[in-house]
Design a binder for this molecule. Structure first.
Ligand SMILES: Cc1ncc(COP(=O)(O)O)c(C=O)c1O
Length: 391
C-alpha cells in the first residue's frame, strides 16, 4: 500500500469513477411499481389487508415454515418474540456483542437482562465455543444473528439451547434466502425475525416478519401485533358481525396492504436477485483474492449465502484511510456495527477485552457495494479501485 501515491484520487489523482457508486440500493422495478399501483387502486390501504395475507402465505411456503406474520419491522418482530413468552423480569438473554441494537432491544423492552457474548473474529457469528460460558441459572434465551446474511452455527446453538432448556430467537434480519445445511433460515430456533427494510435483499420499504412453527406463539402474536385484539380471526371468519374483542395488551405492528403488495413482487424475484448478488461476490473474490492484506469473511461449506453484504477484512490501522481513499475514487464503502458494549446504552455490559473476537472483526471490517442493480461495469470499477488503493 502506497498511501502517498500521486495517482490516488485522495492525493489529487484521477478518480476511477466520476459517478459515486453507492454501497446499497433497493432493487425496485416495473413489476414492483405495478404491484403497488394495483394495491393502491383497490383503496384497501390499511393494515393486514389481502395482499399482506397473500405475502405471508407465500413467504411461509418459500421459507418452509408454518407461520410468517408480516409486521412493520424486524425490531417489532424481535419485541414480539419476547413479549409472547412473558419471561420473568430480570431473566437473562444472551446476545452477540457484534450486532445491530435491535437484536438486543426485543429483550430489553421486555425487562430482561442482556448478557453480551463474543463472536468469531473471521465472520462476526456467535462464537459457539464460548457460548455455554455465558449461561447461568437465570438464562432463558439466546439470540443468534446471521451477520451479513451468513447463517449462524444453528446446529451448535440449538444443541446448547436444548441442553439448557433455552428459547432461541434467530435474528435473520439480513439473511432472507440463505440456507444452512440445505434448509432455508426461518425454520431454525423457536422464532426467526426477518427485516424488509430498504437496505435488505427483499424490501417492503420498512417491514419485517415474525416466523415460527409454533401455533401457540403465532396465535399470540397475531393478537399482540394488532393492538391486543382478535381482529385477525374476525377478518378471516367473517362470522362475528363486526364484533371483535380486546383480549390482551398489544401494539400496532401490522403493515399496510400497499407494503404487502411490494412484498409479493419482491419475493417473486428474490432468488433471481440473490443470484445476481452471488455473481458479483464471485467476481470480487476472484479479482481481489491475490491482495495479501485482504481476507474474506469465513463461510462454511454447508452454508448458502444470500450475499446481503460483501465484507473485506483489512489491516485495522488503515481501515479509515482505505474508506476515504475508496470514496475519493468514487466507491462508497463503510465500516459496520460498533460492538454493542461500545455504545452508551450497553456500555455497562462489558469492556473491549471481554470481546476479543468482536473487537478484531469490527476493527478489520470494511463493506463494499453489492446489490442486484450494480452493473458489471460498476463492479469492475469497485475492483479497480480496491486494487489501486492496495497496490
Ligand atoms: C441484525 C439486525 N437485526 C435487526 C435489524 C432491524 O431491522 P428493522 O430495521 O427491520 O427493524 C437489523 C437492521 O439492519 C439488523 O441488521
Amino acid at each position: 500500500m502506497n498511501k502517498d501515491g500521486k495517482h490516488l484520487a485522495i492525493n489529487g489523482g484521477e478518480p476511477i469513477s466520476n459517478d459515486k457508486i453507492l454501497i446499497h440500493l433497493p432493487n425496485l422495478e416495473e413489476d414492483d411499481f405495478q404491484s403497488v399501483d394495483k394495491a393502491m387502486r383497490t383503496t384497501f390501504v390499511s393494515g393486514d389487508g389481502p395482499e399482506c395475507r397473500k405475502f405471508e402465505e407465500q413467504l411461509a411456503t418459500y421459507l418452509g415454515v408454518k407461520h410468517a406474520l408480516f409486521v412493520n419491522s424486524a425490531t417489532s418482530a424481535l419485541e414480539l418474540a419476547f413479549r409472547a413468552k412473558g419471561f420473568p423480569a430480570g431473566s437473562e438473554v444472551i446476545i452477540p456483542d457484534f450486532t445491530y441494537t435491535s437484536s438486543a432491544l426485543g429483550a430489553a423492552y421486555n425487562n430482561l437482562n442482556l448478557v453480551l457474548a463474543d463472536v468469531r473474529p473471521d465472520n462476526g457469528s456467535l462464537d459457539v465455543t464460548k457460548l455455554e460460558s455465558y449461561i447461568t441459572s437465570k438464562t432463558v434465551a439466546i439470540v443468534a444473528v446471521d451477520y451479513a446474511g451468513i447463517p449462524a452455527d444453528m446446529d451448535a446453538i440449538e444443541a446448547i439451547a436444548a441442553k439448557h432448556n433455552l428459547y432461541v430467537v434467530h435474528d435473520t434480519a439480513q439473511s432472507v434466502g440463505s440456507s444452512y445445511k440445505g434448509k432455508k433460515v426461518g425454520g431454525f430456533g423457536d422464532v426467526a425475525t426477518f427485516s424488509f427494510h430498504g437496505t435488505k435483499n427483499l424490501t417492503t420499504g420498512e417491514g419485517g416478519a415474525f416466523v415460527t412453527n409454533s401455533d401457540e406463539l403465532a396465535d399470540m402474536v397475531r393478537i399482540q401485533r394488532e393492538k391486543g385484539t382478535d381482529k385477525y380471526s374476525f377478518l378471516t371468519d367473517n362470522v362475528t358481525r363486526g364484533y371483535y374483542q380486546y383480549v390482551d395488551i398489544g401494539m400496532s405492528y401490522v403493515q399496510s396492504n400497499i407494503n404487502g403488495a411490494l412484498g409479493i413482487s419482491q419475493l417473486a424475484k428474490l432468488d433471481q436477485m440473490n443470484a445476481r448478488r452471488a455473481q458479483i461476490a464471485e467476481f470480487y473474490k476472484k479479482e481481489l483474492s491475490d491482495i495479501q492484506e485482504i481476507d474474506f469473511l469465513h463461510i462454511d461449506d454447508h452454508v448458502e449465502h444470500n450475499w446481503h453484504l460483501f465484507g473485506i477484512l483489512v489491516p485495522p490501522s488503515e481501515r479509515f484511510w482505505i474508506m476515504d481513499a475508496l470514496r475519493a475514487e468514487g466507491i462508497m464503502s463503510n465500516v459496520h456495527y460498533t460492538p454493542l458494549h461500545q455504545n452508551k446504552y450497553y456500555s455497562h455490559l462489558g469492556r473491549d477485552e471481554d470481546f476479543p473476537g468482536a473487537m478484531e472483526f469490527y476493527n478489520r471490517l470494511l463493506r463494499i457495494p453489492i446489490y442486484p442493480s450494480l452493473t458489471d461495469e460498476q463492479a469492475v470499477k469497485v475492483v479497480e479501485s480496491v486494487k489501486k488503493v492496495f497496490k
